[in-house]
Ligand binder design. Sequence first.
Ligand code: FAD
Ligand code: DLZ
Ligand code: SF4
Length: 512
Amino acid sequence: MSDDRPSLVVILGDQLSPEMTSLAAADKGRDVVLMCEVEEETAYVGHHKQKIAFILSAMRHFAEELEEDGWTVDYIRLTDEGNTGSFTGEVERAIKRHHPDRIVVTDAGEWRVQQMIDGWAKDFDIDVDCLPDQRFICSKPEFEDWAEGRKSLRMEYFYREMRRKTGLLMAGDGKPAGGEWNFDKENRKPADNDLFLPDRRRFEPDEITKEVIDMVAETFADNFGELAKFGWAVTRKDAEKAFAHFLKAAAEDFGAYQDAMLEGKPFLWHSLISPYLNVGLLDPLDVCRQVAEAWEAKKIPLNSAEGFIRQIIGWREYVRGIYWREMPDYRERNALRAQRDLPWFYWSGETDMACLKDAIGQTREHAYAHHIQRLMITGTFALLYGVDPRQVHEWYLAVYVDAFEWVELPNTLGMSQFGDGGLLGSKPYAASGAYIDRMSDYCGTCRYDVKKRTEDDACPFNALYWDFIARHEKTLKGNPRMGRIYSNWERMDEETQKALRKRAKDVIEGLG
Ligand code: FAD
Ligand code: DLZ
Ligand code: SF4
């Protein structure tokens, strides 16, 4: 490295943290940071309008933060003249402008973008230092070590390792606090409509965000979703305020009502921090430490603290490990050979099924649905109906503000659609309407009757569920966790089985 030529530090739209390894390896007084808004990233799926607005506004705010901190930032806007529309094209132009002696970048979150970075050294005949992303608790090689030689890669065992590694919620003797690793049995309460719901910290768009929102409204007018209720934090300071408010107002009951759903109540006791964690406005370990401290200070119960921490140091880290271990062919897997097209109402929200209407409606309004809505409403319906998992994946990647492939794909294709044949989950998340009825108040207002199975007004989930079970008998019957379900199916008389399959056929044809 010569003294007078700068390094070009490339910061991607989900690397908005001053702690990035790329920044740590650079010289603030000499080097140039490149950040670019590019068409390729705004268009690789038809993102929700709020997702584009959130990322571009957070990028612009972060560029300001870096400049205030003394960095030189070369920021390319989407509408700038000469914008080539791709990371590679913008890096090429920046090399011509700044004549750097090397490129410094932190590993990309997504395989697609990492492929581009891996080509830069050859493309531009320049040194490229691509550094690990240290925002994660488990590095890629560490996950490989954990996974190597294991017969099954269950999250629960990985999670215990992460508890030991971080010391979060550990008793002094290497045992988990409270004597158990997992308190999920306390975390399945349905919510009642007369419960007091915590208010949520949302943020009025400032001038930068307003400008981005106007641009998105015009440029991405045909994309999915609405902008009117945009209330996401776009700076570190505001994201910290949002998290502090969750800790004070909602974390206490987070555990108990984690799986609950109420019509017209999109946020319940959830934290709404996934977009902030995923782009770097909040640090995962830091939020977990704050939650553990709140438990130690007796402000929140252990089942809530443990449930929350497990989602982050367990599930979030685990799906990242799976993604990098299994890509690129993971995206193509389709163990159940599901081939149907995604029903159109996933985009329009126009359906008489109250549960789907609500989950999709709030997704349009807020670019948000909580985990159980994603898994057990939109996810389960697509699974039972037999949608091609690639189409389901593209929908989830598009419609949520927090959607980045490394976290979305294993959750969708693996956990929700069983497309990986059980690598991630030990059985499919198939369920009839009874589950939704138990965990929500949707069925009360629905045109369909959740108690009926074969009539014209029977809940579609019911017949689709049994049809799914029958359709996949060869693949799933041998699964020890499915044994009881198959016994129930076999105990049904032939007439009932036929009526269920006929009703499922009608539902499928009706939607087709
Ligand atoms: P909370 O319920 O408050 O949970 C706290 C945090 O835990 C979340 O912010 C998130 O960072 C983490 N977390 C919880 N569950 C998971 C999980 N299964 N995997 C990884 N992290 C988890 N999460 C994303 O961040 N991006 C996605 O694109 C995404 N796609 C999903 C697709 C499907 C089909 C499913 C079933 C889940 C998906 N999830 C995804 C996981 C989860 O639904 C969201 O993280 C969560 O709903 C975000 O809302 P929250 O911040 O209020 O979460
Ligand atoms: C999701 C997204 C969008 C919509 N736009 C941009 C962009 O214009 N510039 C950018 O740097 N990042 C964007 N992103 C996030 C990237 O897709 C994300 O950084 C990569 O997927 C990480 O691999
Ligand atoms: Fe959903 Fe069926 Fe309940 Fe209607 S009856 S809300 S379709 S589970």
